[in-house]
Design a protein around this ligand. Structure first.
Ligand code: IPE
Ligand code: IPE
Ligand code: MG
Length: 236
């Protein structure tokens, strides 16, 4: 499958791990563990198809509402993946960025340290930018941007007219381009507080496959679907 290169940035809501496990009579956490394979296949696929940015939703600001056991597993799992796999991803030229509120005291210190170290270790890589949305919520991101703007305005007195063109600069990573496409797996057709500002003109693609079942063939079909879309941005 050829990417005609108009897909520079793909964002993914990796959903359906719990249902995948339930279908196999396994605990929900086994579904999260199985999702690692799909993530690493997706990274390889993104590199092979010359994507520049891949943003994946790993843990939302609402996911703290899950059972303590599941939240603890997800925190452990995030650390574990970084410890076991980051050197391999580093060798492949992946540059990590962790998008979300990492100052939150609910996140274990070890996780924070590993995420910061991983960003540092991979900061000069340029094959694929991997944005890992962790403790991420769009409302939280937008509220923080407004706070940053407010603080800046106290110091700099920005003209109101500049705000529209400048607003994205107050986000955590203003250098990240808006996604060309959003993929959500597992059949749900909602955004779940993901990139609400940035998805304004993204192509939305919803598929039934559960995240742990995602493979290269499914991703090729997603690319095919994206290439069929006609992006008009309000023009005719
Ligand atoms: C997505 O799978 C992973 C996270 C939200 C961390 P889910 O755990 O939401 O799986 P389902 O939706 O319950 O099947
Ligand atoms: C969105 O999935 C969050 C992640 C994939 C990390 P959820 O499963 O948490 O979202 P809802 O509950 O279906 O909206
Ligand atoms: Mg879900």
């Amino acid at each position: 499958m050829e990417n005609d290169k108009s897909l520079r940035h793909l964002a993914i809501i990796m959903d359906g791990n719990g249902r995948w496990a339930l279908n196999k009579d396994l605990p929900r956490t086994a579904g999260h563990a199985a999702g690692e394979h799909s993530l690493s296949k997706t990274i390889d696929w993104a590199i092979a198809n010359k994507l520049e940015w891949l943003t994946v939703y790993a843990f939302s600001t609402e996911n703290w509402l899950r059972s303590e056991e599941e939240v603890d597993f997800l925190m452990f799992f995030n650390r574990d993946i970084l410890i076991r796999r980051r050197e391999e991803f580093n060798q492949k030229g992946v540059r990590f960025k962790f998008l979300g509120d990492l100052t939150d005291s609910k996140i274990p210190e070890e996780n924070k340290d590993l995420m910061k170290e991983t960003e540092e270790i991979t900061k000069n890589n340029n094959t694929l930018n991997l944005v890992f949305a962790f403790n991420y919520g769009s409302h939280n991101e937008i509220h923080n941007a407004v706070l940053n703007l407010h603080n800046e305005n106290i110091n700099e007195n920005l003209e109101l007219g500049d705000i529209e063109s400048n607003f994205y600069n107050f986000f955590q990573y203003p250098e990240v381009p808006f996604p060309d496409a959003l993929l959500r797996t597992a059949g749900e057709k909602r955004i779940s507080n993901f990139l609400l500002y940035q998805l304004s003109y993204s192509e939305l693609i919803f598929i039934d496959a559960l995240w742990p079942d995602v493979n290269e063939d499914i991703l090729d079909d997603v690319l095919l679907e994206f290439n069929k879309r006609n992006r008009t941005y309000g023009r005719n």
